[in-house]
Design a protein around this ligand. Structure first.
Ligand code: F6P
Length: 366
């Protein structure tokens, strides 16, 4: 049977998106002789006059090592709460009926939505409104339930780990405390795993509100043991036990999505003031999302793309592809978007870090 399937990438970009597109196109066209079309800029491409393009086999040549997404993406195009300017004010309106109608105008039988929490929530809602949909989980934050890991995360951890390795020598030379802010929203995965891999002395994550006195004590103890420098990794969503996370922007202009950032400056200033040491702040920002995917992410993204096409072939809509152990499987999208995958403060990873002497912002329960 000849079929047309559509694919879009939504939310923040992430290494491995192009590998998914390649996996979808190759398995749909080579193994099944289906037609694939790509919708541009996430769900935004289905607003107004649809923006889309054909994705023949040769359009995915050389894509595996390429970061970003050839289809473009948007983390502002939520059709269920779309920002509309009226009398100088931004209002959020539901334009999902237009998006569903535009999708059917394209003549596609099904849609593969590649995205994180936000995109998959939209996908789930549009599935109920009449778009046969399969989800593919992506995010460097690794904060999605329903899968052991998302692609993009491994690459981000690699980038941060390399940065931490590099920061060690300069921190040591100048006897400084380097405070490194990393992404992850309200989940501390990037901070904790790259901090562990990169031998950070202090790791502050949103799941464990931190105590600055305990942080300073840990830095001081290092000095007593002969190390005059320290590396502090702080997740953008981390916050002090007696304070709140720092939000740069929220509200309708940002479609209700919080933009985080700034906690490293707060932590560095506090350490400098309390301890009379020299501190420096490094905000790794979007470097964590850029560039070529790691081999792990290329393979996972390819497997996810192939599995998504298989689900469409089987008519199993409303599902999300997932990695469980070493096997690719599928779960209900609802399972993935119900709640966030966050670090268990009493779990094995935290215990390992604390046993290794890493300060996680609380007095060690040993
Ligand atoms: O969700 C991925 C992510 O990179 C977060 O870690 C970060 O908070 C956010 O996106 C940044 O979004 P933007 O690209 O809109 O600045």
């Amino acid at each position: 049977m000849n079929r047309t399937i559509a694919i879009l990438t939504g939310g923040g970009d992430c290494p491995g998106l192009n590998a998914v597109i390649r996996g979808v196109v190759r398995s749909a066209t080579m193994a099944r002789d289906w037609r694939v079309i790509g919708i541009e800029d996430g769900f935004d491409g289905l607003v107004g006059e649809p923006r889309w393009r054909e994705l023949p086999l040769d359009s995915v040549r050389g894509l595996l090592p390429r970061g970003g997404t050839i289809l473009g993406t948007s983390n502002r195009g939520n059709p269920l709460a779309y920002p509309v300017e009226e009398n100088g004010e931004t209002r959020l309106v539901d334009i999902s009926a237009e998006v569903v109608a535009n999708f059917h105008r394209l003549g596609a039988d099904a849609l593969i939505a590649v995205g994180g929490d936000g995109t998959l929530k939209i996908a789930r809602a549009l599935q109920e409104k009449g778009i046969p949909m399969v989800g593919v989980p992506k995010t460097i934050d690794n904060d999605l339930r329903g899968t052991d890991v998302t692609f993009g995360y491994n690459t981000a951890v690699g980038i941060v780990t390399e940065a931490l390795d590099r920061l060690h020598s300069t921190a040591e030379s100048h006897h400084r405390v380097m405070v490194v802010e990393v992404m992850g929203r309200d989940a501390g995965w990037i901070a904790l795993e790259s901090g562990l891999a990169g031998s950070a002395d202090v790791i502050l994550i949103p799941e464990i509100p931190f105590d600055l006195d305990a942080v300073c004590t840990a830095i001081d103890q290092r000095k007593v043991r002969g190390s005059k420098f320290s590396i502090v990794v702080v997740a953008e969503g981390a916050f002090p036990a007696d304070g709140q996370k720092i939000i740069q922007l929220t509200g309708p202009e940002n479609q209700g999505v919080e933009r985080l950032g700034g906690i490293a400056v707060f932590v560095a200033d506090e350490i400098a003031e309390r301890m009379q040491v020299e501190t420096r702040v490094v905000v790794l920002g979007h470097v964590q999302r850029g560039g070529t995917p790691s081999p792990f992410d290329r393979i996972l993204a390819s497997r996810f793309g192939v599995k998504a096409v298989e689900l469409i072939e089987q008519g199993r809509y409303g599902r999300m592809v997932s990695l469980r152990g070493r096997e690719v499987c599928d779960v209900d999208i609802v399972e993935a978007v119900d709640s966030l995958n966050r670090i268990d403060p009493d779990g094995d990873l935290v215990k390992t870090a604390e046993t290794l002497g890493v300060m996680l912002g609380r007095s060690r329960p040993l």
